[in-house]
Ligand binder design. Structure first.
Ligand code: SF4
Length: 239
């Protein structure tokens, strides 16, 4: 495994992994329990937003989803503001922390009031996008072979700069950036040539990106746990 890039919310690495395995883990990112607001009781809403619009906005706020969260986890957040100006997500207080405190919810004028109670539950990303903790995506790593007679236009159409011109010849600058778009091979075909071969290797470039409810490591591990659990259920049925 080779680490390509890492920051607080995202990791990209290269590894020899079967595409079918990477794909099933990717799909199971939408099967892990993630907290989100499920219902909002509006007690007072003087703001210019309709109750439904404000509730929808609150429903999409990312909530910190700890390691112990499961599909039975529940909670509550409350908000009461009479302050003139913007109302931010950080003003919601209760059982769960917001990932971002500075997300604008609505605005209040002088003398206006907003009071609500939000009910939280854990759900799956396959049910609703508010329960999605992040994304996993991948692409094949390729080997690029170029014949000496390769037309220079092949490098000019490579928008990923995987191919470049050097001393008037097409050369590989970085095969890791190639997304197998086939623009270069099509360009060669137009000239009646077959000068470029894009050969997939066994390696994948895998990226896991968190939207904030949990870190990318937990997204990956919980997806694998959910997959194992489902496989165990199937095994039980087959016995
Ligand atoms: S397939 Fe696309 S990205 Fe890859 S080298 Fe050719 S033009 Fe560039």
């Amino acid at each position: 495994m080779k680490l390509i890039q890492k920051n607080e919310n995202q990791i990209t690495f290269q590894a020899e992994v079967e595409e079918s395995l990477a794909n099933v883990i990717r799909r199971y990112v939408y099967q892990i329990p993630v907290l989100a607001v499920d219902e909002v009781e509006m007690i007072m809403n003087d703001s210019p937003l309709y109750d439904e619009t404000l509730a929808h906005r609150i429903g999409l706020l990312p909530l910190v989803t700890g390691k112990s969260v499961n599909f039975n986890s529940k909670g509550e957040l409350k908000l009461h503001s009479k302050k003139e100006g913007m109302v931010y997500s950080g003003e919601l207080t209760g059982d769960v922390k917001l990932v971002y405190d500075n997300m604008p919810l609505t605005i209040l004028d002088e003398g206006q009031e907003l009071k609500l109670v939000a009910t939280i539950k854990a759900g799956r990303g396959s049910e609703h996008s508010k329960f999605v903790a992040g994304l996993m995506f991948y692409r094949n790593i390729v080997e690029i072979k170029i014949d000496k007679d390769c037309p220079i236009e092949a490098a000019e159409v490579c928008s990923n700069h995987s191919l470049v011109l050097k001393d008037g010849k097409v050369v590989v600058a970085n095969s890791d950036t190639c997304d197998i778009c086939d623009a270069c091979t099509e360009e060669c075909k137009k000239k009646g040539k077959d000068s470029i071969k894009i050969i997939p290797t066994k390696d994948l470039m895998i990226t896991i990106e968190s939207f904030g409810p949990m870190n990318y490591e937990d997204i990956f591990n919980k997806s694998i746990d959910a997959l194992k659990k489902d496989l165990a259920e199937i095994s039980k049925v087959l016995k």
